[in-house]
Design a protein around this ligand. Structure first.
Ligand SMILES: *[C@@H]1O[C@H](CO)[C@@H](O)[C@H](O)[C@H]1NC(C)=O
Ligand SMILES: *[C@@H]1O[C@H](CO)[C@@H](O)[C@H](O)[C@H]1NC(C)=O
Ligand SMILES: *[C@@H]1O[C@H](CO)[C@@H](O)[C@H](O)[C@H]1NC(C)=O
Ligand SMILES: *[C@@H]1O[C@H](CO)[C@@H](O)[C@H](O)[C@H]1NC(C)=O
Ligand SMILES: *[C@@H]1O[C@H](CO)[C@@H](O)[C@H](O)[C@H]1NC(C)=O
Length: 218
């Protein structure tokens, strides 16, 4: 009985995933020249609004222009999405949500946003920020390795910083350590103990700074 319920649940979940994938790509054909050019360069092929890479499995680019979006879709919900190019122009109602946008989009290299929507993290995160015309928008180009210049982020001795999409990073445990603050020596090669976005970190650092100062004075 339990296994039947379980199977139905699995079928339900996998249908949801397939569904989500279809709705993201379906409806229109890609018109974004950033998506089309990149897809051709990579020998990928277009399936409506998405470009599938030459491995025939991974989606590497998506054109979401004119989709009436109000928030950035959660790309982590979609299987086989490892996006390098995303075009989101002509979505006048699109609003940023700084905590979640583009979470885990590590390979994102060309992000095209509506004119009112700034490149997340600005110059700290992107090598180029250019304007586009036809349609008008902001082009955020080439994600920087945020961790390489931020040695003070993951301060626990056995941890290291790993970028996790624009304005996001993770503190991971070095090989041989795991658990909270990577204090435990374990058999698991690496563990995650926290992940934050840059905006949150600045606030956290400020709070820590104040509390530490108070300790010093006492
Ligand atoms: C999308 O492109 C295909 C093939 O080029 C074409 O057959 C189809 O009509 C197009 N669909 C839309 C909605 O434009
Ligand atoms: C991907 O699909 C295309 C057309 O369906 C085929 O020609 C090609 O050999 C496939 N590539 C791989 C790596 O399977
Ligand atoms: C966006 O909304 C407009 C007006 O409500 C509608 O005509 C259009 O088909 C919608 N586009 C999409 C892609 O849903
Ligand atoms: C953005 O502009 C810079 C120069 O200002 C240029 O080197 C770069 O190629 C442009 N990036 C894109 C993706 O067009
Ligand atoms: C790191 O800092 C150097 C020197 O300030 C700078 O030239 C470089 O672009 C920075 N790299 C990143 C990824 O921010």
């Amino acid at each position: 009985m339990i296994s039947i319920v379980y199977s139905i649940l699995i079928i339900f979940i996998s249908n949801l995933q397939i569904d989500a994938q279809h709705t993201l790509c379906a409806g229109m054909n890609a018109t974004s020249r950033y998506v089309i050019d990149y897809c051709n360069q990579q020998d990928g092929y277009l399936i409506f609004r998405c470009c599938r890479g030459p491995d025939n499995e991974t989606f590497i680019a998506v054109d979401l222009m004119d989709s009436n979006l109000t928030k950035i879709p959660d790309f982590t919900e979609h299987q086989n999405f490892d996006l390098v190019v995303i075009d989101l122009r002509s979505n006048p109602e699109l609003e940023p949500s700084y905590d979640h946008d583009f979470l885990a989009s590590k390979d994102l290299d060309v992000l095209v946003l509506p004119d009112h929507f700034d490149c997340p993290g600005g110059q700290h995160v992107w090598k180029w920020i250019n304007k586009t015309d036809d349609p008008i928008g902001n082009l955020c180009g080439h994600q920087k390795d945020f961790c390489s210049n931020s040695t003070d982020i993951c301060t626990e001795p056995n941890s290291y910083c790993d970028t996790n999409g624009p304005t996001h990073f993770l503190c991971l445990c070095k090989t041989g350590y795991d658990g909270y603050k990577c204090l435990r020596k374990g058999k698991f090669p690496s563990g995650l103990f926290y992940g934050l976005s840059i905006g949150v970190t600045i606030v956290t650092s400020a709070v820590l700074y104040c509390t530490q100062r108070r300790h010093v004075r006492n």
